[in-house]
Design a protein around this ligand. Structure first.
Ligand SMILES: Nc1ncnc2c1ncn2[C@@H]1O[C@H](COP(=O)(O)OP(=O)(O)OP(=O)(O)O)[C@@H](O)[C@H]1O
Ligand SMILES: O=P(O)(O)OC[C@H]1O[C@](O)(CO)[C@@H](O)[C@@H]1O
Ligand SMILES: [Mg+2]
Length: 487
């Protein structure tokens, strides 16, 4: 029997509207594979655990707010150790690669995959792929042992290096095959997970017993389905420092505006959470919420009022993707892309600062001071904080258990607090975005007192879209990739 070009989603239905969006398994395309007892059951550290292994039928619900008559809805396979594994420890040759931008916690995940494989499963061959996807075919691998990775979680960045672009599926799979690699752990954002999905499909097409597993990494928190991405909390915490500096500066000068630019290409999560956490922010601008500068209800009117009411100081947080349509109108924009094909955005923070200065200097309207802080790279180049470190450890353990159990073509993530295996297509088809008709954005508006910049008609339309999504069983407002701002 031939193997079809692309795997079909594995959807299993049960009673009362139960749906399992399952992940691929070796047994889907390789018959008669031997299994082995999980070595974890002989591990003294885990002997205290009451239930060693998760039940193979355990699944995690995507939607947990339900009513009496609601259908049971979408579920994902629960992560965790299985009684039977599909690899003998000595046969495993695992590799780890990091792709895309930096994110706090990358080194922790690398460390915990290496140590988890060593200490839980007795796997001693783990190779690091240097410099992202292109490292598969253009560089030598580095051997990773618990000794090599012992202290790396205390450092920011990734000891393996990373890159954008350079994804060549067949060259990558040739390299995996030539080196005898049979577990591939891929850390990266939406682009990386798309690349991982293509690697999985090619491996499956070639009929190889190679597990391909993704660990979602994105400082923008734009990967759907999962509760949040690792490093996000650390980034928000670090963003506080910049906001605090802007506040101190603004308070110390007359009519002073502190402007802080934070990351967030299409999703303003860092800006929103940093604003909510800080309480010193008077206005937060994100890509999901269009705004305007001039006229009644516009940003300039608000700034003027706020400076007058607030003792002559204010702080504005702007996400890098906010107001890009305004920038396009007022600047000559050239459609530049990075090596991965992501649109290179104009500097929204610099643009906004200049616009504010120009406005207030016009006809000597009001003398203002403006202090612009751009901490974008500082917040993602640091080591992860305590809670992210624990999260990274759990993600690393979950992904190892899945690969050892023969699952492949999946991304690991926490869904409503429980770790689950999510098929690649579910994390690459949409982007997670802030829903501006959601209670969280309303909380932000009420904490900053900024205008919503919204026409009541737009609010009604967005509400209708949100209701439609919630009826379809989505917890977050995930915006389909097809309606993203055009790349
Ligand atoms: N559609 C795609 N198909 C195959 N590979 C892709 C695709 N999009 C991106 N990649 C590859 O994935 C890697 C990372 O992609 P990208 O630079 O977009 O970062 P990312 O993973 O989205 O992370 P982040 O945006 O959080 O920094 C690159 O090597 C790129 O070539
Ligand atoms: O300058 P670089 O390394 O391409 O990264 C910038 C991009 O990376 C991200 O942080 C995503 O990782 C975006 O928010 C940002 O636009
Ligand atoms: Mg991306």
């Amino acid at each position: 029997m031939g193997i079809s070009a692309n795997s079909e989603p594995k959807i299993i239905s049960g009673d009362f509207g139960y749906v399992l969006e399952d992940v691929p398994h070796f047994t889907d395309y390789i018959p008669d594979l031997p299994t082995y007892p999980n070595p974890l059951q002989d591990n003294p550290s885990y002997s205290v655990v009451k239930q060693y292994f998760v039940n193979v039928d355990d699944t995690v619900a995507q939607k947990i707010v339900v009513q009496k008559d609601s259908p049971r809805g979408t579920h994902f396979r629960r992560a965790g150790p299985r009684q039977k594994v599909y690899f003998e420890p000595d046969d495993v040759h695992a590799c780890i690669v990091t792709c895309g931008g930096l994110c706090p916690g990358l080194n922790t995940v690398i460390r915990e995959i290496v140590c988890g494989l060593y200490y839980m499963y007795g796997v001693h061959r783990v190779s690091g792929i240097e410099g992202g996807y292109r490292g598969f075919y253009s560089k030598n691998t580095i051997p990773l042992t618990p000794k090599v990775v012992n202290d790396i979680h205390k450092r920011g960045g990734t000891i393996l290096g990373t890159s954008r672009g350079g994804h060549d599926t067949s060259k990558i799979v040739d390299c995996i095959q030539d080196r005898g690699i049979n577990q591939v752990y891929i850390l990266g954002g939406d682009g990386t997970q798309k690349g991982a999905s293509m690697i999985f499909e090619e491996i499956r097409r070639r009929g190889l017993k190679v597990a391909v597993a993704g660990i979602p990494k994105t400082i923008d928190n734009d990967i759907p389905v999962i509760d949040k991405s690792f490093g996000f909390d650390t980034a928000v915490e670090e963003a506080q420092r910049a906001i605090n500096a802007a506040h101190v500066e603004a308070e110390s000068f007359e009519n002073c505006i502190g402007v802080v630019k934070l990351m967030g290409r299409y999703s303003g999560f860092i800006a929103m959470y940093a604003t909510l956490a800080s309480r010193d922010v008077d206005c937060c601008l994100i890509p999901e919420s269009p705004f305007y500068l001039e006229g009644a209800g516009g940003l300039f009117e608000y700034i003027e009022r706020r400076l007058k009411e607030n003792g002559g100081h204010m702080v504005i947080v702007i996400a890098e993707g906010a107001g890009q349509e305004l920038l396009a109108e007022s600047m000559l924009t050239v459609n530049h892309q990075d090596a991965s094909g992501n649109k290179l955005l104009q500097d929204s923070g610099l643009w906004l600062s200049q616009k504010i200065k120009d406005h207030f200097s016009k006809q000597n309207k009001m003398a203002i001071n403006l202090k612009y802080i751009d901490p974008t790279y500082m917040i993602r180049a640091i080591p992860s904080n305590a809670s992210d470190n624990v999260y990274c450890t759990l993600l690393a353990h979950s992904v190892i258990h899945g690969a050892m159990a023969g699952y492949t073509g999946f991304t690991v993530g926490s869904v409503n607090g429980r770790h689950a295996y999510i098929p690649f297509h579910r994390v690459i088809e949409r982007q997670n975005k802030i829903c501006i008709t959601d209670r969280m954005w309303a909380r932000l508006l009420s904490s900053t007192n900024q205008p919503s910049f919204l026409d009541p008609k737009d609010v009604a339309e967005t509400k209708e879209e949100t209701v439609a999504q919630l009826v379809n069983g989505e917890n977050h407002l995930d915006v389909p990739a097809t309606v993203r701002p055009k790349d």
